[in-house]
Design a protein around this ligand. Structure first.
Ligand code: FES
Length: 144
């Protein structure tokens, strides 16, 4: 028998190594999306700010944006009066929708309702929407 010939024992070892490598590759393939989902987004630090020009927020209307890596909404209930709120429902995390005709938010998941200042008006949400500091700088609204 020649030295380079694969014996059954060496063949089994090679197949075990290949199956182990394949298993590790498949494990990494499934773990990567889970780890990406669980890790915080970059640029979402607690001290970050967002800027929106005033003309994007109509009186009585809402402007959706991403703030600190999460959905947020900017309102102008009265002319020159701006409110910034998280758009994430405090019940189970669905994204609330602005109902311009009613002047309130509705959560499409379980019917939670919030006022234009984020206070709970009805439904299962246990606490108000998170609110953010708003400042005016010239033609811009600065959130955060
Ligand atoms: S997630 Fe909004 S009411 Fe349940």
């Amino acid at each position: 028998m020649e030295q380079n010939e694969l014996t059954p024992v060496r063949r089994r070892g090679f197949l075990g190594l290949m199956l182990g490598g394949l298993g590790a590759a498949l494990g990494a393939m499934f773990a990567w999306p889970v780890l990406r989902y669980l890790s915080p987004r970059s640029g979402g630090g607690a001290d970050s700010q967002a800027r929106v020009t005033r003309d994007k927020v109509p009186v009585g209307g809402a402007f959706l944006l991403e703030f600190r890596g999460r959905p947020a909404v900017l309102l102008q209930p009265k002319a020159g009066d701006f409110v910034a709120l998280s758009a994430v429902c405090t019940h189970l995390g669905c994204i609330v929708k602005w109902q311009k005709d009613k002047g309130e938010f509705l959560c499409p998941c379980h019917g939670g309702r919030f006022s234009n200042t984020g206070e709970v008006l009805g439904g299962p949400p246990p606490k108000p929407l998170e609110s953010f500091k708003v400042a005016l700088e010239g033609d811009e609204i600065v959130i955060g």
